[in-house]
Design a protein around this ligand. Structure first.
Ligand SMILES: [Zn+2]
Length: 512
């Protein structure tokens, strides 16, 4: 019924703006967990959560799902911003979500699902299940969210009841505080139903035979809630401080204001709560949960069904005040010697555990050329930039508690020169700091695609060897090796990596 209606509206184009995507949870879906809702309402009504006040922390794990080629993943910055918006939405419920690394994959986001049958639909529960975080709320961010009762393109997001996870379309991960999609689904996760339960497929409007008086049983078979509150504990969402709503939001104007004139079964004008997080009204400036909805969610979090969330853990509340001089090198606007071996460095902040490093040709970081890396050290050797371009780059420090700290940004220019690589296994390498000053040591940053052994030799410009460390082992991946140069005089030196097959040379300048 709904699908036909939506299809015809799309076809005419007249109401294109009014055709909203929907949450994928049908009336029937929500009734599958009604026993949890009722138990949580009982707990809440018995005062089980009246002493709420201490913040409870909920670990969350985001799966950045790509297509079969690994393309199309949502950008980390949007997920981090969305997490902040989610926390804003739940702040008055004293629930705070935090990033929790996967215990065995040891990653803060999951990048490893690259599969059409998750990205474009969610047919492969096996893939999703085998990647799930065992102690966190799992959120899979995909291109198309497909739930059983809606055709593709309609569902924005849904809570999968048997699997107890949330799936969201990536265009719903925006970080905007007026975006209710993810908080709404997390509301379902914590057992809430739509305020209009029973009317999901058939919003009550002037096409209904009893208009304007609603029938006492909704098309979904749920008792219709009355304005008097007389049946609020048995009707619709069973929550008494959410007023009646017969899914008026779905076909409402984009003004977050219902004036359609529907009446409840007792012939009383219905006044819904448009900006309720569990309604379908669009374009409200801010969405909220009611007090009872919050109490029910806290009761759910404290129920045995949620023990797996490890909610005894409290992440350290370390605020991050990003220093203005966070970025170290290259200097602002500097031209880097090679386009395909660019070492960027920033200060190591004690309160940060990860850094989001981003590059793009413009400062929106939203073009197809945008690149991003989650880094758990304070440097990164980047090998994927284009020649002869000006790049914007920026760093956002992050920890479990703070994901929206200020970023710091610079530009750099790449040349057309490619770094020569003639050592097998050597992907990229660089020396930093360079120049090295004030008697510090320099570091070799070496990226290898397979392990190899090499000699490290340092020469003066006249060819005099002043250092030789033989058979240094470089492992597959990133290596950092300190180069003792504190005794060197001011000047230019040549640092050589040398194997039996070949060698590679970089210049090092020493300034005291
Ligand atoms: Zn929903």
């Amino acid at each position: 019924m709904l699908l036909l209606a939506v299809g015809s509206l799309f076809a005419t184009g007249l109401y294109a703006q009014q055709v909203l995507g929907v949450c994928g949870n049908s009336t029937e879906d929500q009734r599958l967990y009604e026993h949890r809702l009722l138990a949580n309402i009982e707990t809440a009504n018995a005062g089980g959560v009246t002493d709420r006040g201490a913040v409870q922390y909920v670990p969350v794990y985001f799966h950045l799902v790509g297509d079969a080629n690994g393309e199309g993943k949502v950008k980390e910055r949007l997920v981090l911003d969305q997490l902040c918006a989610l926390n804003e939405a739940f702040s008055t419920a004293d629930i705070r979500f935090y990033l929790r690394a996967h215990p065995t994959q040891n990653t803060i986001f999951n990048y490893s699902i690259n599969a059409t049958n998750v990205y474009s639909n969610q047919d492969s529960w096996f893939t999703m299940q085998s990647n799930r975080h065992p102690n966190a709320l799992n959120v899979y961010i995909v291109d198309e969210a497909v739930s059983s009762n809606n055709s593709p393109g309609i569902t924005l997001a849904y809570y999968n009841i048997p699997r107890d996870w949330v799936v969201s379309r990536k265009d719903q991960i925006s970080g905007a505080s007026s975006n209710s999609t993810l908080p709404h689904e997390v509301g379902h996760f914590f057992s809430l139903a739509h305020t209009f339960l029973g009317w999901e497929s058939n919003p009550f409007d002037s096409t209904d035979p009893t208009w304007p008086i609603a029938p006492s049983i909704s098309p979904g078979g749920v008792p219709t809630e009355r304005m008097s509150g007389s049946n609020c504990s048995t009707a619709a969402d069973k929550i008494c401080d959410t007023p009646p709503d017969y899914n008026f939001g779905l076909f409402d104007n984009d003004d977050c204001n219902y004036d359609g004139g529907a009446k409840d079964p007792s012939n009383v004008d219905v006044v819904p709560m448009e900006n309720n997080m569990m309604s379908y009204f669009n374009n409200c400036s801010a969405y909220v949960f009611t007090t009872q909805q919050k109490n029910v969610m806290v009761a759910d979090l404290n129920s045995s069904a949620r023990n797996y969330l490890d909610n005894n853990y409290t992440p350290p509340a370390l605020e991050i005040n990003t220093p203005t001089n966070l970025l170290v090198s290259p200097a602002a606007g500097a031209t880097v010697p090679y386009y395909d071996e660019v070492l960027v460095e920033w200060q190591d902040l004690p309160e940060a555990t990860w850094y989001l490093l981003e590059f793009d040709l413009v400062s929106t970081y939203a073009t197809p050329f945008a690149q991003s890396f989650m880094v758990n050290t304070n440097s990164k050797l980047v090998t994927t930039l284009l020649p002869n371009r000006t790049y914007y780059w920026r760093v956002r420090p992050i920890n479990e508690y703070v994901t929206c700290a200020a970023v710091r940004q610079r530009t750099l220019k790449t040349t057309g020169t490619s770094a020569v690589r003639d050592i097998e296994g050597l992907t990229a390498w660089q020396i930093a700091p360079n120049p090295v000053r004030n008697g510090e040591n320099a570091n070799l940053f070496v990226q290898a695609e397979e392990a190899f052994d090499a000699n490290i030799r340092v020469f003066t410009t006249t060819g005099q060897e002043i250092l030789n460390r033989s058979n240094v082992h470089f492992q597959n991946g990133d290596n950092r090796i300190e180069l003792p140069v504190t005794d060197l005089r001011n000047g230019l030196y040549m640092v050589m990596l040398q194997t039996r097959e070949g060698q590679a040379v970089r210049k090092l300048s020493v300034l005291k």
